[in-house]
Design a protein around this ligand. Structure first.
Ligand code: ADP
Length: 262
C-alpha cells in the first residue's frame, strides 16, 4: 500500500452524508450516514445493485445535488456554490464520463467542438485546437476525428470521445458512471485498458460507479459497497475481493463467474 498517498488529504469527501427525497409521509431515504474519502492516487469504486443509492452518491460528489444531512467537501472545504469562479475550478478538477455516449454526445456538434466544449464553458486558457488534438491522441483517435460527427464512430470510439472531453480541462478526478455498461463486451476491455493507462500516465484519480464489482476490481484501489443507501463495506480492493466481510458483498462476489486479479 502506498503510505504516502494514503496520508494525502482527500480531494473529495463525504462526511455523515444523507439524502432524503420527498417530504411529509412520502419520503425515500436514498443515502444515510455515508462517510467516504477520495484521496489522490487512490481510485475508488462504488458498487451496489440498482436502487442502492449509487446515482445519488455520484450527484452529491459532483455537486449536482446537495445532501439533506452531513457535508460534501472539496479539497477540505464545502463548495461555495455562489462563488462562480470556485465552482468553475471544481468543475475543471472533477470531470464525468456517463454511461451511454449516444446520449451524452450532441450529435449536431463535431467531435472537435464536443471535446472543446468544457474548455469554452470553463474558460480554460490556451490553444483549444491543439488541446483537442492532444487529448484525442491520448484516447487513440487521429486529429482528423475532430472534423467528423459522433454518429460516424463506433460505440467504443464514442466513449473514447467522451473520455477525451472529460480529460480536456486537466481534471484530477475522473468520475465514471457505469462507463462501460453500454458497450459491447468486445470493446469493454479496451475502454477499461484505456482508463487504466490514463490513471497511471496522467496520475488521474478515478471514481467509478458500477453494478459490476469485476469492473471496479480491475481499476480501483479502494472499493465501497453500497446497499440500501448505506456503506456496508469499504476496504482496499484486493482485500475486499479475497476476504469480503459483509454477507451482501459475499453475495455480489458469488454472482461473478470469474474475477480478474486486481
Ligand atoms: P442506484 O443508482 O444505485 O440505482 P439511486 O441513487 O438512483 O440508486 O436510488 C436510490 C433510491 O433513491 C431508490 O430507492 C430510488 O428510487 C430513490 N430515488 C432516487 N432519485 C430519486 C428522486 N429524484 N426522487 C425520489 N426518489 C428517488
Amino acid at each position: 500500500m502506498n503510505q504516502h498517498a494514503e496520508a494525502a488529504a482527500p480531494l473529495l469527501e463525504l462526511v455523515g452524508v444523507g439524502r432524503t427525497y420527498g417530504s411529509g409521509r412520502r419520503t425515500t431515504t436514498a443515502l444515510s450516514g455515508v462517510d467516504l474519502a477520495v484521496r489522490p492516487g487512490r481510485s475508488v469504486g462504488i458498487v451496489g445493485e440498482s436502487g442502492a443509492g449509487k446515482s445519488t452518491l455520484l450527484r452529491l460528489l459532483l455537486a449536482l445535488d446537495r445532501p439533506t444531512q452531513g457535508q460534501v467537501l472539496y479539497r477540505g472545504e464545502p463548495l461555495a456554490h455562489r462563488d462562480r469562479a470556485a465552482v468553475r475550478r471544481f468543475r475543471r478538477d472533477v470531470q464525468i464520463v456517463f454511461q451511454d455516449p449516444r446520449s451524452s454526445l450532441d450529435p449536431r456538434m463535431t467531435v472537435g467542438s464536443v471535446v472543446a466544449e468544457p474548455l469554452r464553458s470553463l474558460r480554460v486558457p490556451g490553444d483549444r485546437r491543439a488541446r483537442v488534438t492532444e487529448v484525442l491522441g491520448w484516447v487513440g483517435l487521429e486529429p482528423d476525428a475532430a472534423d467528423r460527427y459522433p454518429a460516424q464512430f463506433s460505440g467504443g470510439q464514442r466513449q473514447r470521445i467522451a473520455i477525451a472531453r472529460a480529460l480536456a480541462p486537466s481534471p484530477s478526478v475522473l468520475v465514471g458512471d457505469e462507463p462501460v455498461s453500454a458497450l459491447d463486451v468486445s470493446v469493454r476491455e479496451q475502454v477499461l485498458d484505456l482508463l487504466r493507462r490514463l490513471r497511471t500516465e496522467l496520475g488521474l484519480t478515478l471514481v467509478l460507479v458500477s453494478h459490476d464489482i469485476a469492473v471496479v476490481g480491475q481499476l480501483c484501489e479502494e472499493t465501497v459497497v453500497l446497499h440500501d443507501g448505506r456503506v456496508v463495506e469499504q476496504a482496499p480492493t484486493p482485500q475486499l475481493l479475497t476476504h469480503p466481510q459483509h454477507p451482501y458483498t459475499q453475495r455480489l462476489l458469488a454472482a461473478v463467474p470469474h474475477l480478474p486479479a486486481p
